[in-house]
Design a protein around this ligand. Structure first.
Ligand code: NAP
Length: 245
């Protein structure tokens, strides 16, 4: 039997929470007692996801949020300020893939990846910062990828080395800088801000292929969303430990 009282009163926002890793992260945090806000660019899909969680006894709500649309981000922050006044957990999960090789990649596709994976996560984090600062022990988890590691991309012996899709990798590399800079911004608080790689997870993102189920891939996200006060901040981790930047 899960203890749903432990995190009662704590609020978590998961961007792209309507499916895949985001949905499963919301389910696991909800099962721990968090009030979970399903950020969804399609409110109908988000409402359906929230309803599925409510059926499991989870305090889940949809919040309209397209990370590439500033007006929706500001409206979400305003609603959350009025309703909750704080944000205990922010999971910057919304992301898109791009498999173009260097020679086939258009500037438009490169910008598209950055719009969602980096600029979007920045815009959400900046808008939510006052709410994050109002929480006693806030946690920010940025769902990155080992494919964003420059160190692994420059090591011919790494499994990441041949996975050269510039738009996705470089947008996740930039996203990792969001982690270090936000951790620095919050360094005098109890906040913890980290990047995590969930592994190769079978979601729509990979057309259903992967080594892990969403349930398994989300465990590391939930672990970093619920880090104890002596946990790390400003780092990059997978299940095996530290990932080199
Ligand atoms: P997914 O099933 O495709 O889910 C992606 C989620 O992001 C969907 O809810 C999608 O909404 C949302 N999204 C995309 N653009 C958005 C926008 N502009 N505003 C708001 N939401 C947006 O993929 P996933 O595998 O769960 O991936 C989640 C995160 O994990 C991504 O950041 C991805 O890079 C990262 N990741 C995944 C893997 C993996 O193996 N799956 C590995 C490493 C990292 P819609 O339903 O409206 O499209």
């Amino acid at each position: 039997m899960r203890d749903m009282s432990a995190q009662q009163g704590k609020v978590a926002l998961i961007t792209g929470g309507n499916k895949g890793l985001g949905f499963e992260t919301a389910r696991q945090l909800g099962a721990l007692g968090y009030t979970v806000l399903i950020g969804a660019r399609d409110e109908e899909k988000g409402a359906q996801a929230a309803a599925r969680l409510q059926e499991q006894g989870i305090d889940a709500h949809v919040i309209g949020l397209d990370v590439t649309a500033q007006a929706t981000i500001e409206a979400a922050a305003q609603t959350m300020k009025t309703k909750y006044g704080k944000l205990d957990v922010l999971v910057n999960n919304a992301g898109i893939g791009d498999r173009h090789k260097f020679t086939d990649l258009s500037l438009a596709d490169l910008k598209k990846s950055f719009d969602t994976n980096f600029f979007g996560a920045f815009a959400v984090s900046q808008a939510m910062l006052p709410l994050i600062e109002n929480a006693d022990a806030p946690r920010v988890v940025n769902i990155s990828s080992s494919i964003g590691s420059i160190t692994l991309h420059s090591d011919p012996n790494s499994g990441v080395y041949p996975l050269k899709a510039l738009a996705y990798s470089s947008s996740k590399t930039a996203f990792n800088q969001l982690t270090t800079h936000l951790a620095f911004t919050l360094r005098h608080t109890a906040a913890k801000v980290n990047s995590v790689c969930p592994g190769f997870v079978a979601t729509d993102f990979n057309n259903g292929y992967g080594d892990l189920t969403p349930e398994q891939g989300s465990r590391i996200i939930v672990r970093y969303a619920t880090l104890a006060e002596d946990g790390p901040t400003g780092g990059f981790f997978n299940e095996q430990g530290v990932i080199p930047w």
